[in-house]
Design a binder for this molecule. Structure first.
Ligand SMILES: [Zn+2]
Length: 154
């Protein structure tokens, strides 16, 4: 689109102060509270289709049933997939690549993504490997996904 010749183009530059608050929702609250207070991994089970969601959800993503049954799952699981990233989320190159793991915890039917700790190259990892959750000490937990430091190879 062409700008008409008799119209000046003005640009104002500046920032808009915005603050937002994202709630974890009903399912997230169950998960993060158990994680912070008891160091447990809690999901919800769908009575209709038997899915066990970890982290917990309020509704089944497959059959839309309300999920009211809480299930504590194991801190151990199986590595379903992994990748390495050499960049942070702002596209800045990292000093060292980070490993990310997709893990199905024992007792869950869904997978969870988090860091894979103490691994520096793909040769050290194989799909199907057993992994274990590493939690922050209780005094340092805040009720966030970062209360989990990551997974480590078992
Ligand atoms: Zn379901």
């Amino acid at each position: 689109m062409k700008t008409p010749k008799n119209v000046e183009t003005h640009v104002w530059r500046g920032g808009i102060p915005l603050e937002s608050r994202y709630t974890a929702g009903l399912g997230g609250q169950i998960f993060f509270q158990a994680l912070k207070e008891r160091g447990e991994l809690v999901g919800t089970r769908c009575a209709a289709c038997k899915q066990v969601y970890v982290p917990a959800r309020a509704f089944c993503e497959r059959c839309f049933a309300e999920l009211t049954e809480e299930v504590k799952v194991s801190p151990e699981g199986t590595l379903v997939s992994f990748t390495f990233s050499a960049y942070d989320r702002d596209a800045n190159r990292l000093a060292e690549p980070v490993a990310l793991a997709l893990v199905k915890l024992d007792g869950a039917t869904t997978t969870m993504l988090h860091r894979l700790l103490r691994v520096t190259s793909p040769e050290q990892v194989r799909i199907g490997a057993r992994v274990k959750v590493v939690l922050k000490p209780k005094a340092k937990r805040t009720g966030s996904i970062l209360d989990i430091e990551g997974f480590q190879l078992a």
